[in-house]
Write a protein that binds this ligand. Sequence first.
Ligand code: MSP
Length: 637
Amino acid sequence: MSRSFYVTTPIYYINSDPHIGSAYTTIVADVVARYKRMMGYDTFFLTGTDEHGQHVLRAAQKAGKDPKEFADELASRFVKLWKDLGITNDAFIRTTDDFHMKTVQDFFQKMYDKGDIYLGKYEGWYCVNCETFWTEKDLGEEKVCPTCHRPLEHIEEENYFFKLSKYTEPLLKHFKEHPDFVEPDFRRNEMLKILESGLEDVSVSRTSFDWGVPIPFDPKHVVYVWFDALINYVSAIGYGRNEEMFNKYWPADVHFIGKEINRFHSLIWPAMLMSVGLPLPKKIFAHGWLTVNGEKISKSKGNAVDPRILMKAYGIDALKYYLLRDIQFGHDGDFSEDNLITRINADLANDLGNLVHRTLAMISQNFDSLPTPKDEGEHDEELKDLTLKTIDEYFKFMDAFKFTQALESIWKLIRFGNKYIDLTEPWLLARDESKKNRLATVLYNLSDVIRNVSIMLSPILSNTSEEIFKRMGQTAKSMEDLGWHKTLSNTPIKVEKPLFPRIDTKKWKKVIIMTEEKKENVEKVSGSSKPQVTIDDFAKLDLRVARIVAAERIPKSEKLLKLQLEVGEEKRQIVAGIGKVYTPESLIGREIIIIFNLKPAKLMGVESNGMLMAAKDGEKLRLLTVDGYVDPGAKIS
Ligand code: MSP
C-alpha cells in the first residue's frame, strides 16, 4: 500500500482579491505537495474558499449582490489564480458546497449529542473583518481588534456555545506528548501559554443574520463561520461520505496557516475533533506575515499587487524560488522587488544558468551526445561527496519545511560545480586529443550534478527543471533518481537560450509601483519620521481655539476625560486621553487648541467630535494653549 500525505492551506475569505501575501501559503503548500509526490507519496493537496459569515455577507450587500451570486463570482477568481500560478491542488473546496454544508451539520449534531454544545447568551465584542469574538480581557481601553486593529462591534445574541474549557487538559496532554504538533516552537509556546491559563467556552452560532449553515436542531441559528470553515479539512476528503478516501488521508499531515489564525487551528479545531472522536492532524505549521517593499500589504499603498503581474514579469519559477529562498519559512519577512531581481541575477542567471549553459555548450562542442565517464581525476571525489551530502541535507531540510536552508545547500553544490569547471579547465582538455577521456568524465560529472540539482529543485523550479531535463535528454522524475552517476549517457544535448536572462536593473521597469503617498514617505524631512507636507496639506486642517466649559472622567477609564467645549457659537464634546495628567477640575475655563474638522469617533462608547492638541515627551504631557486671551472659535493658521 502506498504512503499517503495530506496537506492543506487555509480556505481564503472571498471578500478581497488575493495578493502575494495570500498566495504565499498556497505556493508553499504546492511546493510541499510536489515534493511529496516526487517522494512517491499518494498526496492530496487541498485549498479553497471560506464563503459564509457576516464579512462576506456585508461585502455582498455593499456590491448590491445576492451573497451566493457574489460568492460564485469571487471564488472563481481564486480558482483561476491558482490555475494561472500552476498550483497543483487536488481539490478546491467552497464552504457553500452542498456536501460541505451537510457535513458541517452532521459534525455539529455529533458534538451536540456528545453534550459539548449548550445554549447561552453572548454579550461582548466581535471583529467582523476577522470573524472573531473577543472578550474584555483580550482588549485594552480602545475596542479595536487585536489582530487587524479595526473597530469592534458590540453584540448581544442568543448563541450556542462549545464546551472548549472541557478540553484544556486533553489538549495540554496532547501538546506534551507531541512536541512538534505545532511549529515553529515559538508558535507552539504561545499556544501552550493560552492552554496553561485555561480555555473558556466559545460561542459557535450566530442569530443576527442567516448567511451560513443552519443548525439542524435549531435552524434560526447559523453555525459560526470559523466552525464551518475548519470542518472543510475533513469534509473535502469525504468525512461521513467516502470512508475509504477519508481513512486514506485523515489525519492531515500538515495544515499550513498564517500565524494570526493559529489559535483556531491549534486549540479550537483539535478540541472539535476530540469532541467527535477523530484523530488530530499531525502538524500545524503557522508561518509569518509578509510585508511588501517594507510596508503592510494594502491597496492604498499600491503594493497589494496581483501575483500574476509578478509572475508575468519574472516567471513563476523565479517568484517561487525567491519566496522560498529569501523568506525564512515560519518567520515574518519582506517581499522586496529589488531583492527578487538580485536573486534572479545572482542565483538563477549567474550560478545555475551558467553551470547549465557552460556544461551543455562544452558537451555539444566536443561530443555527439552526453558522454560516458572514463578517467577519474582530481576533484572528482570532492564533487561526488558534496553531491551526496547535499542530497542528504536536502531531504532533512525539506522534511522540516526549512526551504531556505535546503536551497542554500543546493546552491553550495551549484557554486562548487562552477568552481569544478575552473579547477579542471575542460577548455584545455579539449585542445588535447589524449585528454578526451578525462574531458568526457569532467563533463559527465557536471551533467550529473546538474541532473541531481534539477531533481531537487523540481518542486520549486518546476518548469526550469523540466526544461533542463529536456536539454539533457534525461527522463528522471522522482526523488529515487537522486544519486551519483545515475545520469543517462549518449542522450542528445540541446544548447538553447539562457534559462534565466539577466535583468538590467538600469533599464528594468519594476512592477510594484508604490503610490505617491508612499513616495513622499521616502522623502523624509531630516530629523523627522514623517514626510514633508505642502501648505495645501496643512490647509486641510481646521485648527481652532476652544474653551473647556465642563469636564468629567469616563467611567472605568484611567485616561479618558469627556470635555464640553465652546468653539465660537458652537458647542462641542470631545474625549481626550489626558486624565492621568490633568484632573477634570483643573481644566475648566482653559483655552486649548483643537482639530475642529476631525471626523467624529467613539471612544469607549462616548462620541468625540474633534481632538485637542498636546505636546508629549515620553510620559510628560502638556496642553497646547494660546499666549494671551482670544475669543473661542478663533482660527489658527
Ligand atoms: N478564512 C480564514 C481561514 C479559515 S481556514 C479554516 C482566513 N482567511 S483569509 O483570507 O484571511 O486568509 C488568511 C491566510 O492568508 C493567512 O492565514 C495566511 O495563510 C494568508 N495571508 C494573508 N495575508 C498574508 C500576508 N500578508 N503574509 C502571509 N500570509 C498571509 O483567515
